[in-house]
Each structure stands twice: as structure tokens, then as C-alpha cells.
Write a protein that binds this ligand. Structure first.
Ligand code: DI6
Ligand code: FE
Length: 409
């Protein structure tokens, strides 16, 4: 073995690379060298180092592993019954009176044990993993009490242990007002900030803090209190902002140096400018827009012009985006909102990494984690182009290759 051979343990060869380092970052006959789970070299095959082991990619396209940077994928129960009732003419009020809506998911999630919560969430997560997802953000927010929020976050951490995926957890205690606090939203926010968040953070369960700033959620002032509490815990913030109305949430999260402002259909020019100044990522969630049959689009052209990084995610949740395909989210963002296929792919790789504050993933570059996906496609635009296709042929997590489907049966 030559000295160079010792430089890497595994070399992916005969791949067309979309490194996403700059634009698509295409390398036609490329190779990627991996050592100890990290990328130690990437470039044209003819200049590649030697390795103890080679993996022939058969001329397929290799991209960074995909990143779903906004999900509520850990939850119990299902709301297709409400959805069917609404399509048969029932009103939201009828459904709410029968204990439906977000509170039905809260009830089911509170009632489920940890194993059961994992069992119900697992097929949804496996669907994402089959499409080349290697990092997944998971929010709490269907517990709305300390024990259940902790349970959701523990299950989220366990997902990262039992399945081949990196998990980033987000505490979303300020998602909705629990029935125990009816008429006392300020008291609930105090509980979220002074008791729940510090306790969960002390257990290492929280990577970031989120809130739902909306007329039907929490006010600008209440959201600011949650962000103050996050700052005291040394945790980064993100926000469900401007989904249904303009509450000035994007400017608020930008003021706190937030990682991302998500949804943004009703974003103002001032909000967008504040995000641009702060480097806050715009996370676009086409699944919720589609499922709610919204008509006001996020101001993509304005965000693009201001240089705000765009990310795309599933928002997987039982009420407004029962979606477990990140490739479909890419297609929807292009079709409905005119993102380019390049923007869509950057939105689930390099910019999604940024929305999670993760500098170690999202591109194929030296020093990054060896999280990769191999695709049987003609060109990278195919990932956003095809509806319902899954051209993923191999996934690599921290240097370890696996089949796209992880389901044991
Ligand atoms: N915005 C939404 O669209 C979802 N949460 C949020 O903050 C709704 C979640 C649900 O209905 O279960
Ligand atoms: Fe959401």
C-alpha cells in the first residue's frame, strides 16, 4: 500500500458529482474519498487518492445527502377523518367542537407511550430516508406540557439512534395553547420560557427553539419572550412566521439572529430586508400551502433579489402537510412558486444545513460529513422535475453506504 492509500478508507468512483459547493458544483467523472466518516477529498477521478476500498457508482449522480429542515414528523394519531369530514361539508368549527384539529393530535400524542410514538412515526421517517434524506429536523409541539414535550424530544433523539439519520431537535412548546391554559396565554408562555425550556435544555434535548407567531398562535410579544428564554439557554431560534398573516415575525426572528423564518407567505418587504441583513434562511413549505389551498404565495422573487438563502422542507404534520416526500416538496416549490431546480436542490442541501446552523453537512466538500445520495437521473434538475419518482439508488451516512429503503419489513 502506498502512502497515499492510507489517506482514505473508501473511495466512491465513477460518479457524476453535484457537490453544491457553488451552484450545482458539477464534476463529470468524479470521485469522493472518505476517512473516519468525513470527506477528505472530492474532485475529478483522475486526480483521486488511492483507497483500501473502492465503490463504483456506475456513472450515476452523487449529491450531498438531503436535509429536511422543518418537520413535525414525531406525533401520534392521524387526522384523515377530519379531512374527509371537511370534504363532506363539515366546518372547522364543527370539527373543533368535537375536539378535532391540533388538539386531537395533542391528545393522541399525550396518550401514546414512547415506543408507540416511535412505532407510529417510523414509517413516515423511513419514507424520507428512502429518498436520500440523511438529516432530519424534528419539532416537539404536540405535547404542550413538560412531560409530553420531553417524550417527543426523547423519541426524536431515539430516531437518530435506531435509524440511519442525523436528527436536529427543535422545542416548539409555543405551538398552540394547551386546554389547561385556556384564556391564559401569557401564563403559558411564562411556563414555556421559565420552566419547560430550561428543563428540556438541561436534559440535552433541545438544539433550537421555535414558536408559531400567528393570530391563531402566539403574539409578537409572546414570541419575543420565548426568544429571550432561548437566548438565556444559549440556544438558536427559528420561527413559523407570516404563514397566514403578517405579524412581523420574520423581522423579530432576524433581530434575534435566528437561523430561519419558515412559511413566509405573508412576508413584508421590511421583514425580508431584516432577514437579508441577519442572514436568516427562508424555509419554504409548499406542502402546507398546497394542502390548505392557499392563494398568497411567498415573495420568492423579492427574497432572491435580496440574496436571502432559500430552503425547502416538507413541514410533515397531520393537520396541514401530511407529506413524507422531500422530492415532491422540491417539485411543488418549482411548479407553484417558480423556484429553479437549482434553488430547490440547494434548498434541501446547503441552505437547509444553514437553516439548522450546521456547517458540517450540505455539500460535498473536504471536512464535511460523508452524507451522500446516489441517483439514477439524467441531470440534477430531474430531482425536482419528476412527480412521484424515486431515483435514489444508494445513501451514505457518515461514510457508511446503505440501501435507500431501511424498512426491515
Ligand atoms: N403551522 C401549521 O401549519 C401547523 N403548525 C404550525 O405551526 C399546523 C399543525 C397541525 O394542524 O397539526
Ligand atoms: Fe411547521
Amino acid at each position: 500500500m502506498s502512502e497515499r492509500a492510507a489517506q482514505c478508507d473508501l473511495l466512491f468512483v465513477n460518479a457524476r458529482l453535484a457537490t453544491m459547493a457553488d451552484g450545482y458544483g458539477i464534476v463529470d467523472d468524479g470521485a469522493v474519498a472518505v476517512k473516519d466518516g468525513r470527506i477528505v477529498w472530492a474532485g475529478p477521478r483522475k486526480a483521486a487518492p488511492e483507497a483500501s476500498e473502492e465503490h463504483d457508482c456506475g456513472g450515476l449522480w452523487l449529491t450531498p445527502g438531503l436535509i429536511d429542515c422543518h418537520t413535525h414528523i414525531v406525533h401520534a394519531g392521524n387526522r384523515s377523518d377530519e379531512w374527509e369530514a371537511r370534504l363532506n361539508g363539515a366546518s372547522y368549527e364543527d370539527i373543533a367542537r368535537q375536539g378535532g384539529g391540533i388538539m386531537s393530535t395533542v391528545g393522541a400524542t399525550r396518550a401514546a407511550g414512547e415506543e408507540e410514538l416511535l412505532r407510529q412515526s417510523r414509517p413516515r421517517i423511513e419514507a424520507l430516508l428512502a429518498e436520500g434524506v440523511t438529516t432530519l429536523e424534528i419539532k416537539s409541539g404536540y405535547g404542550l406540557d413538560l412531560d409530553t414535550e420531553a417524550k417527543m424530544l426523547r423519541v426524536a433523539r431515539r430516531v437518530g439512534e435506531v435509524l440511519p439519520v442525523n436528527v436536529a431537535t427543535t422545542f416548539l412548546g409555543a405551538h398552540a395553547l394547551p386546554p389547561e391554559y385556556a384564556g391564559r396565554a401569557d401564563d403559558y408562555i411564562i411556563d414555556v420560557g421559565t420552566r419547560m425550556l430550561p428543563a428540556l435544555a438541561a436534559q440535552g434535548l433541545v438544539d433550537a427553539v421555535d414558536a408559531f407567531c400567528e393570530r391563531i398562535g402566539f403574539s409578537h410579544a409572546q414570541t419575543a419572550r420565548v426568544f429571550e428564554a432561548a437566548r438565556e439557554c444559549g440556544l438558536p431560534v427559528k420561527l413559523h412566521a407570516e404563514q397566514l398573516s403578517d405579524q412581523g415575525g420574520a423581522a423579530l426572528v432576524a433581530e434575534y439572529g435566528g437561523l430561519s423564518a419558515d412559511h413566509l407567505e405573508h412576508l413584508s418587504a421590511q421583514g425580508a430586508a431584516a432577514m437579508a441583513r441577519a442572514g436568516t434562511v427562508a424555509v419554504l413549505l409548499p406542502g402546507a400551502y398546497y394542502f390548505l389551498r392557499e392563494t398568497v404565495m411567498p415573495p420568492v422573487a423579492m427574497l432572491r433579489e435580496l440574496g436571502v438563502p432559500l430552503a425547502v422542507a416538507t413541514d410533515c404534520n397531520p393537520g396541514t402537510s401530511p407529506m413524507t416526500s422531500l422530492l415532491l416538496a422540491m417539485n411543488m416549490a418549482c411548479t407553484m412558486w417558480r423556484l429553479t431546480p437549482l434553488e430547490a436542490l440547494r434548498g434541501v442541501t446547503v441552505n437547509a444545513a444553514r437553516a439548522l446552523g450546521r456547517g458540517d453537512i450540505g455539500t460535498i466538500e473536504v471536512g464535511k460529513r460523508a452524507d451522500l445520495a446516489l441517483w439514477d437521473i439524467a441531470r440534477p434538475a430531474d430531482l425536482a422535475y419528476a412527480i412521484g419518482a424515486n431515483p435514489c439508488r444508494l445513501v451514505v451516512n457518515g461514510g457508511a453506504p446503505r440501501a435507500p429503503r431501511v424498512c426491515a419489513g
